[in-house]
Design a protein around this ligand. Sequence first.
Ligand SMILES: Nc1ncnc2c1ncn2[C@@H]1O[C@H](COP(=O)(O)OP(=O)(O)OP(=O)(O)O)[C@@H](O)[C@H]1O
Ligand SMILES: O=P(O)(O)OC[C@H]1O[C@](O)(CO)[C@@H](O)[C@@H]1O
Ligand SMILES: [Mg+2]
Length: 495
Amino acid sequence: MGDETNSQIKVVSGPAGYVLQDVPHLNDYIPDLPTYPNPLRSNPAYSVVKQYFVHVDDTVPQKIVVHKESPRGIHFRRAGPRQKVYFDADEVHACIVTCGGLCPGLNTVIRELVCSLYHMYGATKVLGIDGGYRGFYSRNSITLTPKVVNDIHKRGGTIIGTSRGGHDTSKIVDSIQDRGINQVYIIGGDGTLKGAAAIFEEVRRRGLKVAVVGIPKTIDNDIPVIDRSFGFDTAVEEAQRAINAAHVEAESVENGVGVVKLMGRYSGFIAMYATLASRDVDCCLIPESPFFLEGKGGLFEYVEKTLKENGHMVIVIAEGAGQELLSGSLQPGAEKDPSGNRQLQDVGLWISNRIKEHFAKRNKMVLTLKYIDPTYMIRAIPSNAADNVYCTLLAQSAVHGAMAGYTGYTSGLVNGRQTYIPFNRITERQNKVVITDRMWARLLSSTNQPSFLGPKEMAEAIKEEEPPTGLLDGENCQDAHSGKPPDEIEHSNTC
Ligand SMILES: Nc1ncnc2c1ncn2[C@@H]1O[C@H](COP(=O)(O)OP(=O)(O)OP(=O)(O)O)[C@@H](O)[C@H]1O
Ligand SMILES: O=P(O)(O)OC[C@H]1O[C@](O)(CO)[C@@H](O)[C@@H]1O
Ligand SMILES: [Mg+2]
């Protein structure tokens, strides 16, 4: 076995091309830390479970579709409770912070972090950081107990508040140190987890016994490696209501067009899955797939054809789609949010107006268009049952890892198993819909919309998305559930 370590990732290699991308441990930079028997040993709920403690060598493969001769590939450490813990119950002083946009399930994760710490490990000092990263240094904290969080999973939003911007690593770590916090649970998206990685680096540089743990959150499902992000399922389900409404409006009038805008800044997963789930959508437009309006093979031609054939149509558009077509009208100074994310213009309104103008100008076809913008409605709701269970497992895994002394990781579902993933694997890129994969092809064949790609664009898309290593025949597909790109495909049965 060969080893290679940097501060954020420990690579252990083994026979037959086995690679473990391991997560840091407090032991890496603080020697001789005392350990304690895991209190779950005597917890009546768990003591009866056979093999409750995770074996030290348990790891989970990132890729489960393999050839007979292919290397075993990348693995992640399996999440779960360990025999030994590195924190005594009385010593634990945990805090929880939520950052970035809202997402169904945030309150469930908060609830389950608090309850896991209290009920599994007997830890009773848990603080909520008020209003995102800046709350570390500019606000009072909120005391969290099982009683306080008892029914918060039934509410949307986050009871401790969230924000964008305001990440000051040094001030945040000063606050962690001043308050005597030794477990930091950070719930957020790609930006938040970059912030978490910076906090981890600073904590390590200062030699503090502080576990820094991320729980990946994003309604856009744009976090790589993991099967899917919590809240995504709920958001797709809620989007059905808007699509249904658009369909009812459209089919009730002559030449009715319903336009629905859904979230998805850089990735169109919500639009793609909501479209596939609904079956009422005739056209789905996402950021990853460029489109055009005028001329042969363009959107206007397709609208006209669909209306002639069916008398009505529904268009779903992700908020980040086609931004390049309307970027000319962006107001200077309003381009970025406080976290530095590009501010998007209302592409739903724009496309609705363009369709109306086009058909009015041609005076050939009178159409009635209704534009529905449910963007915030799909993320401000409580999580559904499936997401609630998922949030619970993520939170419990996060706590088990911190108690076992791991740090600098996010908990995450990989091929249906809870794992610990090094921060830099999560922050190195964004997960996007791969338009040369089978999932997008399935969508195109379900809506019958044009691909809007000429031979030149198609060649470029294939070139851009070419996987780094040789794939199995027909493996250039996405996982039906996660929509992950080809280098991370694991579920052959979905292709
Ligand atoms: N590169 C970075 N380094 C440190 N902190 C960052 C970085 N990018 C973003 N942050 C901080 O992370 C927090 C959340 O970031 P952002 O607003 O981009 O949301 P996010 O976590 O990506 O979630 P989402 O995009 O799903 O809403 C903000 O407080 C922001 O200042
Ligand atoms: O209006 P806000 O809160 O900045 O959030 C909008 C963005 O947040 C997200 O929900 C998550 O990144 C995006 O889909 C959306 O563009
Ligand atoms: Mg983000």
